[in-house]
Design a protein around this ligand. Structure first.
Ligand code: AMP
Length: 217
């Protein structure tokens, strides 16, 4: 399986990728998690990426494409299926991905859009908290009580880019740069869609049904 997950920020791509990773025994590559790891380790790449991320802007295509080239080559060497969460984010990244796969002699299984309306994305992001330990996300307790990570019990924090002004910019960036990928993959006959409204179990169920229909294992 070589899968691209598409959807706005807060559409549940990361959470669904975690479910699919376990069920289908594939790797998950989240470019956002990868970049946040580089920032906390204070690497050259982390320093380069930080100001873009803090402002809700995209890290330059050339940087992202070279990371992906390296990672997808490693997956093929290990014969490891994978799910991409957060890449591609622009048409040039999508073109580069298909080119990379062609060079590797393989094809993309599917680009799967988790479809969630914009007002719901903004609502989810403004109450989203992330685990310091395992990067899982959860929602703030409506009573304001502190909560711990539902997956590992780790401490939660609010990502700098989940603050209100940055969220609005991320939505604009998504609309301008990433939304065109829906038409891009549709033209190539690679796009599938699931309704992203509902509980995370309902959404996983829809994805798994779709995979069963398409005989994806
Ligand atoms: P995410 O965790 O996927 O919401 O990504 C957080 C931030 O990381 C984004 O707002 C971008 O600044 C950066 N980022 C992640 N993936 C990419 C990508 N494929 N291209 C450019 N920037 C990215």
């Amino acid at each position: 399986m070589r899968l691209v997950l598409l959807g706005g920020p807060g559409s549940g791509k990361g959470t669904q990728a975690d479910v699919l990773k376990k069920k289908y025994n594939v790797a998950k590559l989240s470019t956002g998690d990868l970049l946040r790891g580089e920032i906390s380790n204070n690497t050259k790449l982390g320093k380069q990426a930080k100001s873009y991320m803090d402002n809700g802007e995209l890290v330059p295509d050339s940087v992202m494409i070279s990371i992906l080239d390296k990672k997808t080559t490693e997956f093929e060497e290990k014969k490891q299926g994978y799910i991409l969460d957060g890449f591609p984010r622009t048409v040039p990244q999508a073109e580069a991905l298909l080119e990379m796969l062609k060079k590797q002699g393989v094809t993309l299984t599917m680009a799967l859009l988790i479809d969630v309306p914009k007002h719901e994305l903004v609502r989810r992001l403004s109450s989203r908290w992330t685990c310091k330990n395992c990067s899982a996300t959860t929602f703030k307790d409506p009573d304001g009580n502190s909560v711990v990570c539902p997956q590992c019990g780790g401490e939660l924090y609010q990502r700098d880019d989940d603050k209100r002004e940055t969220i609005l910019n991320r939505m604009k960036v998504y609309k301008k740069n990433t939304q065109p990928l829906i038409a891009f993959f549709e033209e190539k006959g690679l796009l599938e869609e699931v309704n992203g409204f509902g509980s995370f179990e309902e959404i996983s169920g829809r994805i798994i049904n779709l995979f069963n229909e398409k005989d994806i294992k």
